[in-house]
Each structure stands twice: as C-alpha cells, then as structure tokens.
Design a protein around this ligand. Sequence first.
Ligand SMILES: Nc1ncnc2c1ncn2[C@@H]1O[C@H](COP(=O)(O)OP(=O)(O)OP(=O)(O)O)[C@@H](O)[C@H]1O
Ligand SMILES: [Mg+2]
Length: 613
Amino acid sequence: MAKNNQLVRRYLRVVTVIHQMDHAALPVTFLYALTQVGGPYINLAFLGILINRMTVGTNLHQLLPLMLLYLGLRFGLAIMNQWLEKMSSDHQQLVDSRLDATTTEKLLTISYADLDDPQMRKNYAAIQRGTAMNGGLTALMEEGLVNFFSLLIALGFAFGAFAMLLRMHVPARFGFAQFVNSPVYVLLLAVLLLVPFGLSAMAVPKGDAIMQAVLKKIIVVNAVYTYFLNLVENQHNGPLIRLYNARAGIIHEERTRFATSNAITLRGDVHSTAYVMLPSIVASIITGVLYVLVGLPVFGGVLAIGTAIMVVGYLEQFMMSFTAFMKDVADYNNMVGYLQYYTDFLAIPDYRSGAHLPVEKRDDGEYEFSFNDVSFKYPGSDVWALRHVNLTLHVGERLAIVGLNGSGKTTLVKLLTRLFTPTEGTITLNDIDVQKYDEAEYRSLLAVVFQDFKLFGYSIAENVAASAAVDTQRVWQALDVADVAARIHELPAGIDTAVGKDLDANGVELSGGEAQKVAIARAWYKDAPLIILDEPTAALDPLSEAAIYQRFDQLIGNKTAIYISHRMSSTRFAQRIAVFKDGALVEMGTHNGLMQQDGLYRELFTAQAKYYQ
Ligand SMILES: Nc1ncnc2c1ncn2[C@@H]1O[C@H](COP(=O)(O)OP(=O)(O)OP(=O)(O)O)[C@@H](O)[C@H]1O
Ligand SMILES: [Mg+2]
C-alpha cells in the first residue's frame, strides 16, 4: 500500500512538472485522446440508433439526415484528430525541451559541492540513461498520458451505459427476463466488469516485478557499456587506445555487454508478456457473457436491441481500454521511476549562501586570510582530505605550498574559494568567517589558476577578461605577463581568435602550455588581492616558467600569492613554505630554515635537485 502511495506521488509529481513546463500540454493531450478514441463511440451510438429505427420500420429517406450527421461527425473528428496530433506532439516537445533547459540551468545554480557530489552525479547519469532507454517524458506523454485519458473517457461512457441498465424494470409477464429486476443482476454485471480489473491487479505486478529485475540487471551492464562508448567517442583517448593496443579488448567488452543486455531484456519481455496477456483474453470472454445478460431486458421489452448493442459495446470498450492501459503500466512505472531522478534533481535547492556581509574595500590590500583548525571530508567520502590545518596568510606575502600527490593542496584552495565548506573549523578573512560574506564580493578577492584549468570556446580576449566586456589594453598586458603575447599576436585575428574549434571553425588549437599561459593571464587580469596558482607551470617549458614567475611576482606587487608547485625551484619566490602530508600541515618555514631540518621538505628538495646536478 505504502508502495502504491509512493507510486501515485511520483506520477503526481511528473504531472505537476509537465504542467509547470507548459500549461497547455495536459489539456491539448486530453483533447487529442478524445479525438483519438472517439470513433468507436460514435460508431456504436449510430449503429444502435440505426438498428432501433430499422426495427420500428423507418424508410431509407428518413434515415438520410442521420447518415449525414454521422458522416459530418466522423469527418470533423478526423480533421480535429490530425490537427490535435500535431499540436499535442508539439506541446510534448516543448515540455521536453523546457525540462532540458531547466535541468541545465539547475546545474549552474546548485552549489559546487552538490555538483561534485558523487551521488548527484550518479543520479544525473541515470536521468540521461533512462531518457535514452525509455524515451523519457515525451514517451510517457505520447503513450501513457494518452492511454490514461482514453481510459478516463472509456470510464465515462461505461458509467453511462451501466446507469442505463440500472434503471431497467422488466414487467412480471416476461418470466426469466425478470432476473433484470434482481439486485443479483446488477451485482453480476458489476463483478464481471471488475474481473479484468482483479486479474490485471494480480498479473501486472508479476510482469512488473520481472521487468524491474531486468532493469536492475541491465543498469549495471549498461553503465559499463556506456563507459566504453564514451571512452571511444572521446578523441583524447584516441592516442592511448592506439598506443597500448587496447582496441581488441574494448571491442570485446563492448560487444559482450551489448549482447548480455539484449539477452536479458528479451528474456524478461517474453516472460512478462505471458502475465500481461491474460486479462485481455478474459475480457473478450466476458464480453460474450455481457451480450447474454444485456439481451435479457431486450427480451423483457424494456431495451431496444440497438441500444443493447451500444451498451455492450461501451462496456467492452472500457474493459479493453483498461487492460490496454494496465498492459503497459509497467513501462510507465519504469519511466516514472527514471523521471523521479529528474524531479529529485530539480528539487536540489539552488545555492544561496544567505550571507550578505559586504567585503570591506581596501586600497592597501590588507586582507588577511586564516585557516583555524580546519578539517574536511569530501561529500560521500569517509577520508579526511584535510586535518586540523592552522595557517595564516600574511598580507603581501608569497606562500609556497608543497607536498606529495593527494596531500590536500588543491583541497585547501577549494575551501578558500568557498567551493566547499570546511567540515570542521573555520576560514576567516580579517577575523570574520568567510561564509558570512556575500559570495560574489568574496570571490572577487580571489584569482585562481586551477590545476585542471579550463578555457571556454570564446575569444582569447573574453577568456582573459572572463567576460564579454574586455579592456583590450589590459588583455595584452596580461598576455605579456604570462609570456604568450607574441604567440597570440601572430594569429590572424589576434585576441579575437576563438579558443578551439567548438564554437568557431577558425579557432586556434592552443598547446597545453599555451593554454596554461592564457589561464595565468586570466588570473593576472582579474587584479584580485589574493592570487593562487595551483601547479600553474606544470605544462610550461623551463624558460617560460622562469620568465613567468619572475614577471608575475614583480607585477603583482604587494598582493598576497599562494604558489603550489611540484617544481621545488618555484619556492625561491616565496617567503614561507608550507609542507603538506596526508592532509596535515607538517612543516612551515623559509627555504633555508626547512633545509636545516631533517624533514619532508629537505627530502623532496634534495630528491629533485639530484637530477639537476
Ligand atoms: N572531488 C573529490 N571527491 C573526493 N575526494 C577527493 C576529491 N578531490 C580530491 N579528493 C581526495 O582528497 C585528497 C586530497 O586531494 P588534493 O587534490 O587536495 O591533493 P593535492 O595535494 O592537490 O594533490 P596533487 O599534487 O596531485 O595535485 C586526495 O586523497 C584525493 O583523492
Ligand atoms: Mg592538486
């Protein structure tokens, strides 16, 4: 029962989403369903009237208006049906594209911590897989909604027909036909109509369970299958696959998963169809019995034969609509199951820090950042990425951070930039918890070159300015600081050249190092009081590296800077060096001071220096 309630709630949420995306979608689809299933009802009604007229001996001439009315109605219905089919499919598309757009916007408005959450990513992948497999919302509207509305319409007609039978009273002289007057007669009719109901209720969940089990199995298989497809589609994997001769292995994996997934689906389909067919077979047998039962009041002289045919027809239509709907209900449940990920995803709250404290504007750049006993675990992880970190950034200083891979250096930057919130402890700016500041104002204080920096497909100028409003002179200056101005100058369109060919066929494919230089220019352009370079020179040749550090360090003047680097030589630009190990700050001091200790820093430095001697 609780499970059914949950299912009903899911359907209601999906219907609400449809309505939110486009108010016209539901009414238009209902009208389409009406014109779609209306034909047989009109046929049955006219057939009934025709037979009734003929049994009382009407001539052909008198039937002519009736025939014309019939033809007119069918003609009108056919035209409306064609038109509404187009309309409803347009509206369904509209709902689908709006939902897509809403989803994309959601990705932009949730917090970075939510975006990076592995569970969130899993659900998001399920949305896409589910849509690809089941057709998503459009399929649900095209089939499920239309079938559901048809069922409602059939229910209306069946009620009318049934009410008509309830009012029958056969006079005493008609013997056995008086059975019609008995409550048992009505009860029998009702029970017969309910039999397909009961059978469906029993058989469909069985078929449903089979399909659920299938889904559970193939979701695992398909995830792997999709992984391999994406792997191959991404051209960046091309060199690796070719060099390591991974082709045969990947093709084998891909074919095996594909075959397994197909075999599981096929077996499940055959198995579940057996259950699903039973109610419709029984419904046709019941229709035969209905003819006998509804024939009784005809014998009793209280129901015209044409009306009886119409009544049985309507009841049969109802049973057919019902079993047809139930037959596919497992599919609809599946789709609604997937769409639940949509509704769940859309229900993630937008990121609003709720903090509006303005950041004090200071010309002297006196912004002091402090980590106060900060510990952090990534969402969904049990491991401390940072543990009890205490660290104050002195105004105007250059701090170098070194440490082995995975020691928590980048994590520190992600916390400082408020992409994540510390699990324990606080980070302060001028003694106030950074979480309390207005987010945009706070972030305007920081310029970061991330380790996995990204450039967009816009022009180089827009990339450097991180905006469409560009100060051209400053862009060139920034490119010069980053030692890439000469290269950009050679390009036919200069700083207006697009990065990559995704948005512009004339875009330039920058080398890894050139791209990194543009990212450094972007950080310099921002003119923020705190600059963080996380592995800014990993892709740079030694000459560029030395040149950039030199110029960068000079030009940022009295700003505060954090340099994270695996090249120990970069520490000579820093007044202090922080050494991280397993998420903890283990050493702190000047180069000379740390070299005198027998610690990690000396070990790292001498290990690297050895190769340069
Ligand atoms: N998004 C994430 N989710 C879960 N764990 C993460 C995530 N990012 C990093 N980690 C983990 O946190 C730890 C610290 O990672 P971090 O990226 O801060 O290391 P790092 O010192 O910058 O290393 P590197 O020198 O390789 O850049 C690592 O164990 C890493 O596996
Ligand atoms: Mg890192």
